[in-house]
Design a binder for this molecule. Structure first.
Ligand SMILES: C[S@@+](CC[C@H](N)C(=O)[O-])C[C@H]1O[C@@H](n2cnc3c(N)ncnc32)[C@H](O)[C@@H]1O
Length: 226
């Protein structure tokens, strides 16, 4: 499933664009890399890397990127969209025959069952907040193999990466930032400040070992003969 030079690629919801930049570095200057996000404020640096930045809402039925792609990639995007099933159908329609769809999303693991009460309550409140406010589904990746099959994709595969907070420093930092960004909303939703603070203290302890989520990736190809 290796990325090949000269592929045309679309990175959906690139955020800060790190993966789009990597795609551009691997696919080479002849490859055409595009990145589509409804918020392109963090993507100013991509033009210099040869990435075409498109500002659009991927749930808008009127939006269709120009051309067809060898690879359509979306990481941590679909799980936050209420109409992910329809969006997935649209992503498939943007592929060439034989094109590859790669979708990664978080599969919540461990937080809601942690033996540490403050961490457990904070993570339960965190996932509930995301579900209630933007419709995030922390388990939707479990349905991707079936959804990919129903969409007619072939060569479907799935893999997961499960980092442990406390062993993987960057992942721990990611969790800390995620909680920091939602702090006010967690309090407004009823999480006591003392519980939140105890969870943060727990995460600051270098001996803490917790789970946050597994990054689950599902891939599949469109048929070569449509
Ligand atoms: C959690 S970030 C993921 C960023 C990046 N893919 C990564 O893994 O680092 C989700 C991104 O999807 C974008 N996004 C969310 N809904 C979108 C929509 N309806 N249309 C286009 N972009 C969207 C957000 O603006 C944000 O940049």
């Amino acid at each position: 499933m290796g990325l090949e030079a000269q592929w045309t690629c679309l990175d959906v919801g690139p955020g800060a664009g790190t993966l789009s930049e990597w795609l551009a570095s691997v696919a080479g200057s002849a490859g055409q890399i595009a990145a589509v996000d409804r918020d392109t404020r963090l993507l100013g640096h991509l033009a210099a890397k040869g990435v075409k930045v498109i500002e659009a809402d991927i749930t808008d039925p009127a939006f269709h990127p120009a051309g067809r792609f060898d690879l359509v990639h979306a990481r941590l995007v679909l799980m936050h969209l209420r109409d992910r099933e329809e969006v997935l159908r649209r992503l498939v329609s943007w592929l060439k025959p034989g094109g590859l769809l790669v979708v990664s999303d978080a599969l919540a693991v461990g937080g809601e069952t942690s033996p540490h009460e403050a961490y457990r309550r904070t993570m339960t409140a965190y996932w509930r907040l995301l579900a209630e406010t933007i419709g995030s589904d922390r388990h939707c990746v479990a349905h991707y193999p079936r959804m990919f099959t129903e969409l007619g994709l072939r060569d479907i595969g799935m893999d997961t990466h499960l980092p442990a907070v406390g062993l993987d420093t960057r992942f721990g930092r990611f969790l800390a930032l995620s909680l920091e960004q939602t702090r006010e909303r967690l309090m407004a939703a009823g999480l006591p400040a003392a519980v939140y603070n105890a969870a943060i203290q727990h995460l600051d302890n270098p001996m803490t070992r917790e789970m946050f989520f597994a990054m689950a990736t599902c891939w599949g190809r469109t048929p070569t003969v449509p």
